[in-house]
Design a protein. Sequence first.
Lengths: 172, 431
Amino acid sequence: MSAPSLPGSLSRSEAEDFLYAEAALLDEWRLDDWLGLLTEDARYWVPPNDTPDADPASTLFTIADDIARIRARVTRLKDPAAHAEYPRSRTRRMIGNVRVFEAPPAPAGEAQALVHSNFVVWRFRRGEKVREYVGHYRHTLRFTQAGLRIAHRIALIDAMELGSLGSVSLIL
Amino acid sequence: MTEQPMVINDPANCDFRVNRAALVDPGVLERERERIFDLCWIYVGHESEVPLAGDFRTRQICGRPVILCRDDAGRVRVFLNSCRHRGAVVCREPEGNARHFTCFYHGWSYDRAGCLDGVPGRSAYPPSFDPAQFPLLEPAHVASYRGFVFLCFDPAAMPLEDYLAGAREYIDLVIDQSPSGQMEVIRGVQEYDIEANWKLLVENSFDDYHLLTTHSTWLDYLRNAGVEMKRPERGHLLPAHGVGRVLGNGHAVVDNVNFRGRPVAKWIPVYGEAARPEIERIRAELVARLGERRAARVADTNRNLVVFPNLVINDGSSVTIRTFHPLAANRMQVRAWALGPVEETPAARAIRLDSFLTFYGPGGFATPDDIEALEMVQAGLATWREMPWSVMTRGMAKEGEQLNTDELHLRAFWLEWQQRMQTVPRKRTAA
């Protein structure tokens, strides 16, 4: 991961490098390495299709993980008894239309940046229809002493309902 | 032609089998539409989804587009979402508030009570044309039980309360979570398809036999988070005692002692220390209002209820309403919502929703594996000609109590299904 040129500022190419590296870890199922990209207070959300801009405290989400449940999710996905992902699917992520915005600093004062991007995640499994998750990421990236880390990761699915996508068994 | 029995029930020989053709044959689905979905009371939605006059939700129910809405008199109505003129859908939005439902094709428009109140160029119709003859059509019956709205396309149907039979007791238990007896559907719907026959989700929704194997990663998650789980007692598979009960008219339930945490009201470490006082406060309110015994019944048991044919109310890690409709013999559409007391505090609501996601839903730690299990069953059922029978005899040789891991409740569903499928429906007359 390339370090940002100035603390608190993030160029688009730096943001792209970060998102591409994250996508590669997820596509390669290097889930423990992916956990290493997260802050200690990270959150991962997949909002409901009918109410994309919502708060999981008052709206039923598809996924609303705090760091403990993100880690539990990874533990689960690595277990062959996570039947929905065993045998593991193959995925391929394409990320584009990356835009960097200012974000308020973290509670402890570290600088953060908000990165919007579009994604397509294809999921392949033997004998099954290809699932095509199309949507929009909102990453809140935090400048930490160890480098850039994900503090909040929202994956908004464009489909009006999950429908033939079925479940969201992988980390989108 | 007489139809082959799809269910073999021979208690004397402890034999109960389901013909797998029931899960794969498109001809069976056609008969199900006619003999089950068009004759039973079918869940449409919840009154809380349309709180104000003019509020509406559109849904597909039994293959028909319908509008659930509230009229100016405050009554919850269900209309077939189809114009009386040429048939186009008159309301195309998933939800909203409307003064009129107007068909955009030729502009016929209907008020909140479904009355045709606008016909462009009306003078060209013959004098005999009477708009009062063309309201938005309603199903033969619409009725609510404690906020749950059902429709029925059969004019000769029994009243909803009679139909619900013993299921009412279990709906009442859910409602008792609310001090005012009012529960509401929480924003955020989970809509997903499963490549499996709809009846497999009926079975799965209250099949506690699969919990240990299919959901071992979920049990591990709870255990790792510090939830105490007892070793199962002799003859049991699960950490807590539970029974299967038959409630009449094909409805049935599994009813078990809670071990998994409940927003109302059993704290587990997964909720976090900060949530503990809130859960204790909810518990104290229950005891004060209902007494120790009833409070324990509401708060310390989990209940997965199936209302025949396609409504599931799970009162466990959270309360879910789940309903599903077949799209094909091997495909269904599922919709699920969270239900909570209207007076729940923001903190308690957050706990409820968080608890929901630990288990349920397409991103939860359990439901994706259920979906996978059902799809693997459907894939395996391609062998139905060689292996026509599914065995469903757990608990059959036992006297007395049937456990939640037995299959009495599944058999009750299938026996009702069989009986209805063998009944040739009367000819129906259309409006």
